[in-house]
Design a protein around this ligand. Sequence first.
Ligand SMILES: [Zn+2]
Ligand SMILES: [Zn+2]
Length: 259
Amino acid sequence: MDLHHNLQATWDHVLKSYEPGVIEMAGVIMTQIIGFIVPATVYMLIDTLFPEFSNHHKIQGARRQPTRQQVLHCIKVSLFNQLWIVAIHSTLVWFTGLEHANLNLDPIVPPWREFIIDFAFGLLAREISFYYIHRALHHPRIYVYIHKMHHKYITPMAFSAEYAHPVEHILANVMPVTLPLYLKGAHILSIMTFVTFELWEAAADHSGYDFLKLPPAELHDLHHEKFRVNYGTIGLMDWLHGTDVVGWDKPEAKKAKEG
Ligand SMILES: [Zn+2]
Ligand SMILES: [Zn+2]
């Protein structure tokens, strides 16, 4: 059974059955649900369903875990952030007319090679853009106004990935993930695949659990615990800038590093 052939047949059927604008809106909603809401819910349920496994794999100690009230507040804000992004996108599609889409809905499904190239390009573009935007958000002059909100949870949980000030949500969560592939003109299916992965990765990074080694949740978890370390997502930019060690900005640490 040829997977690509089946994907093409399904895509043909979708294009024949629905208007382009409807396909785009459904794609955006499906991506949020499959990439974020479902995995984040599963991560949150681990604590209730498998308490022993949960305690064994929590990165930070029981004393630092958020209260039930804090968890519910986090879920509420996170879902609201998802909702208004979908609402803005849907409104845009609605006003430009359902008979055409803003994303690339080419009838030919791109070959796997193109999916892989788009994925690698998206990953690199996200790492570079997110790193600098995130570091800028940590600038002492603006930190309290925007990024402090995301750092409310010193011990992160899956839903806290999207717990952010609206400005940060657009600048750091939405744009670095979606804009590079959109500007590249990537196929909607390729964008949906990449964004689904990135949303799941953000949930996993904030999950507070270490049982998956890829993505290494410890990197971003440490950022929430210690603030001035690991600003990127995959570790590449932190390695390049030397910001992957706690205390990189302290003169003694610099001296020790230099030998
Ligand atoms: Zn975070
Ligand atoms: Zn931060």
